[in-house]
Design a protein. Sequence first.
Length: 364
Amino acid sequence: MAIRLEPRGEIAQGMIYASPLVAVLATIISGFVLFAILGVDPINALFTFFISPITSLDGWTELFVKATPLVLIAVGLSFGFQANVWNIGAEGQLTIGALAGGGLALLLFEVQSIFLLPAMMIAGVLGGMAWAAIPAFLKTRYNTNEILTSLMLVYVGLLVLSWLIHGPWKSPDSMNFPESRLFHDQASLPIFIPETRLHVGWLIALAAVFTGWILMARHIIGFQVKVVGMAPMAARFAGFRENKIIWMTLLISGGTAGLAGMIEVSGPIGQIVPVISPGYGFTAIIVAFLGRLHPVGVLFAGILMALTYLGGDAAQIDMNLPNAVTGVFQGMLLFYLLAADVLVKYRIRILPAVTKLSRTELGG
């Protein structure tokens, strides 16, 4: 018996958009079973993981704080993924963007100006774009795999961060801890809701969603990206240059990741530390696919994935569960999402076993 996947003749669009909901439901069911195996009350655990973090205003604001970098990065990644340009190194671009924007704040530490924060944002965007330009150049010039080059640059960026924070940028008042000076008020993002940590970065993320939707649905850029991704040969005949799309999509995704990094260090963190991100750059890949590579879908997917971070922290504190629960839920969600996509696009065909006849049987 052999099992083969055969492409479906016609794919229902409704099923494509329903597969994320199926994946979320399957993840919740699997989580129920997982908690039961661990000897924990599954109902209470799921309530702690998904409901408890958002039962107050502080919980909702923390949810949006966590969702801000995820949404920003995923909106940028969606452009590249639609064009089959696979930027896996958003975590490194986030790190370099944080260093560029935060470095400007440290360089101008004595300067009090309303223009400092916008300059930091521009520096963060340019830093992320510069880091993404490396795999773009290698891809267009030497046809290297952008997955490998962008991923390897993540670890280079983390090493640069470690060197700076343990060396030149280490604060003299840090009691020998590896951290920079605290940013002053002019270099910190304004708080959006008083007495919470929700900053204007959330508004920037919403603006990115709106801008991404305009570019993807109402602009020639979105049309070119989709054509290059769906029909490369047709794109060439139409005069769309593939190298231009590669550069554009990588720079867009690198810029949004760099901006997300700058927002993290000037918002919730308030300084440069050895660990700027708990893996937002990698989680944003799940967010992009869960949102069906659509900016509006990315917004809701980013909020859902942010909830897994808050739920993991709550489960660790209230139920003494390991922090790895967050990664387990995110991994299960990605697995079920990919599995649902495969079943939507392909049908499983079971073929009967084929027996090999011997020479004697063939020759009589």
